[in-house]
Design a protein around this ligand. Sequence first.
Ligand code: GRF
Length: 190
Amino acid sequence: MKRLGVFIGGNGSNLEAILEAIQRQELPMVCVGVISHNDHVQGIQRAKRFGVPVKVVPHASFSTRESFEAELLKETRALKPDVIALAGFMRLLSARFIEQVNVPILNIHPSLLPKYPGLHPHQQALDNHDAFTGATVHLVNEKMDDGHILAQAQVPVLAEDTKESLSQRVLRVEHKLYVEVLKWIAADRV
Ligand code: GRF
């Protein structure tokens, strides 16, 4: 079974969806560890509830990206992952880090990329009166929300939507989409 590492930075609802799918034996992977770049976030508690080991590499206590990534690399190598899923991990990774890790790194983003990379994608979809937005799972490169797209799912934008209602609807779809793509990876279909 493939060894999955998950990098988080916040709430961890995608992490929980992945861990639930593993627990239900719907996703044949083993989650070997979670690394958070923020301390005291909900995602850490969620991982612990599933008995998954957690390391915190707090980006704010490193003075340079190089020193942060050196520590992140050390903790990542210790997990010996076959694949890494970013789930709310809000740091850009350098080309050097990606090369050194040398396993596929996936990310999920709440828009139909290449539309609305970066922050506030839901607000942008609302401001532009888009009829649809969605979620994208893509391979990670050194640019923001930019790598090769593996899968996308559409979500309707409703007239009465607020940023909160829309992001909740997108998030429910993210949880399904991320697990689906990881199943393809588990089956060597990517
Ligand atoms: C999700 O919307 C994800 O697409 C984005 O950050 C959010 C993380 O949510 N990259 P969670 O921490 O998984 O709840």
